[in-house]
Design a protein around this ligand. Structure first.
Ligand code: BGP
Length: 482
């Protein structure tokens, strides 16, 4: 057997894309509640004031808030061992700044975790999945303000104490390395830009870039403090980081391309892991900061915290790979949500242009494990596709099964290679709102939800073919992939 007996099979979601009930039972607005729907060609815009006449996909999402029992039971039916979800920070602290938590918010997650337990499912909780309370974003320009660290730690402490006996596995920040790109300004860092600006902001001034790196530093410190605190509250906690897995290939064997690919791997992928696993900024940060005129304030004690607050395991999302080229003539771009590059002629792509690369997952797992030698977990992977109902009334999503099968095979190979792999949670196990485009049309799930891009539908759930397939995969611990 190539996978551990206690391998954590399951699925993953994020509160803002899944829960809905955006202003129920005392929840305050969060950054994504201010972001409109969009498409690949019409990027999502964000509004400072929520406009009653505008449709915001996160407001109802797919209504897990009122469907949690049914959803978790369906996950149980598939045999899930693990369910990755995020706690919506503004459900617990509505503006992020209250002294006392919102009891109704706390109670909701107790109910969720109890239901998981009844189904023998271990929760894996992300504390912050692009869900900064709007109040903090407004007051401090998001994570630019050092004060946000204290607000985050108060929230983390509440969660750790409250769910001490219900949750063992935690992640601090979802895809923390998204902040390494200007694209992460609003969603990952809660930094305010111009009203009605695209969420995928690509341009920034030098000063804005400096603020962005300051904000990332604050997240590093917050993450380290949370790890230290979590271990004090319950020494059995396993607390991980979460990286948007980005794999860059040199487009040719021209040494310039190779060097460029190395550089991208460092800056897009390894930078944050190096801080969170090794406990200090990587050697190449110095030159990058110098070359880009970046000067951040690292306060006394920060370095000590980074050193002490290293993570127990490394988790990541993996959807695609892309190429880089030093040749200005090579311009054929591949699609993607964050780290987009040049098209790879050897790969096919999804309907959204994301290049499908299962072998790349094996490469990635080996490279990361070789670098850090701590347990790894794939906490997001999957295929966003248009699902059409067949004439027999069912969803025959063979393309999704095919995608997952190849990635699971690659993951098993990596485990055979010797990589210490804890588990796999497929992204969007129940259809949910897309983060990059805000669409419902882009579906990932084993479970279909009746909801469309414009907010029509009654939220009822249906099993797709992949549901039955994944059940067999889990039952056989990954041996039966047919
Ligand atoms: C990751 C995010 C998720 C998720 C996923 C798929 O970057 O952590 O929140 O949405 O990408 O992306 P999309 O929803 O844009 O298809």
């Amino acid at each position: 057997m190539s996978l551990r007996d206690d391998f954590l099979w399951g699925g993953a979601v994020a509160a803002n894309q899944y829960e809905g009930a955006w202003n129920e039972d005392g929840k305050g607005p969060s950054v994504p509640d201010h972001v409109r729907g969009g498409t690949v060609s019409a990027p999502r815009l964000w509004d400072k004031q929520i406009d009653e006449n505008v449709y915001y996909p996160s407001h109802q999402a797919v209504d897990f808030y009122h469907h949690y029992e049914e959803d978790i039971d369906l996950m149980g039916e598939m045999g899930f061992k693990c369910f990755r979800l995020s706690i919506n920070w503004s459900r617990i602290y509505p503006t992020g700044m209250e002294e006392e938590p919102n009891q109704k918010g706390l109670e909701f997650y107790h109910k969720v975790f109890r239901r998981c337990k009844e189904n023998n499912i271990e929760p894996l909780v992300t504390l912050s999945h692009y869900e900064l309370p709007w109040g903090l974003s407004e007051k401090y320009n998001g994570w630019t303000g050092r004060e946000v660290i204290d607000h985050f730690i108060r929230y983390a402490k509440t969660c750790f104490e409250e769910y001490r006996d219900e949750v063992k596995y935690w992640l601090t920040f979802n895809e923390i390395n998204v902040g390494m790109k200007s694209i992460g300004r609003i969603l990952a860092l809660g930094m305010q830009g111009k009203d009605h600006e695209s969420m995928l902001v690509m341009n920034e001034t030098d000063e804005e870039r400096n603020d962005r790196f300051q904000a990332i530093h604050h997240q590093f410190v917050a993450s380290a403090k949370a790890v230290i605190l979590g271990h004090e509250i319950n020494p059995d906690f396993k607390i991980g980081n979460m990286i948007a897995g980005s794999l860059s290939y040199a487009y040719t064997c021209n040494p310039e391309d190779v060097l460029m690919a190395e550089d991208q791997m460092n800056m897009n992928n390894f930078f944050c892991g190096d801080v969170q696993v090794r406990g200090h900024y990587p050697y190449y940060a110095k030159r990058y900061f110098r070359d880009h005129n970046i000067n951040i304030r690292i306060e006394e004690g920060d370095e000590e915290l980074l050193k002490k607050g290293t993570v127990d395991f490394y988790s990541f999302s993996y959807y695609m790979s892309s190429c880089v080229s030093a040749d200005p003539e090579v311009t054929d771009k591949a699609g993607g949500n964050i780290f987009m590059g040049i098209k790879n002629p050897y790969l096919e792509a999804s309907d959204w242009g994301w290049q499908i690369d299962p072998e790349g997952l094996r490469t990635y797992l080996n490279r990361v494990y070789g670098r850090y030698e701590i347990p790894l977990m794939v906490v997001e992977n999957g295929l966003g596709a248009v699902d059409e109902r067949s004439e027999d009334g069912k969803f025959h999503d063979t393309y999704r099964i095919d995608y997952l099968r190849k990635h699971i095979k690659a993951m098993k190979e990596a485990a055979e290679d010797g990589v210490d792999l804890m588990g796999y949670t497929m992204w969007g196990c129940v259809d949910l709102v897309s983060a990059s485009t805000g669409e419902m049309k882009k579906r990932y799930g084993f479970i279909y939800v009746d909801r469309d891009n414009d907010g029509n539908g009654d939220f009822h759930r249906e099993r797709k073919d992949s549901f039955y397939w994944y059940k067999k995969v889990i039952e056989s611990n990954g041996e039966n992939l047919d």
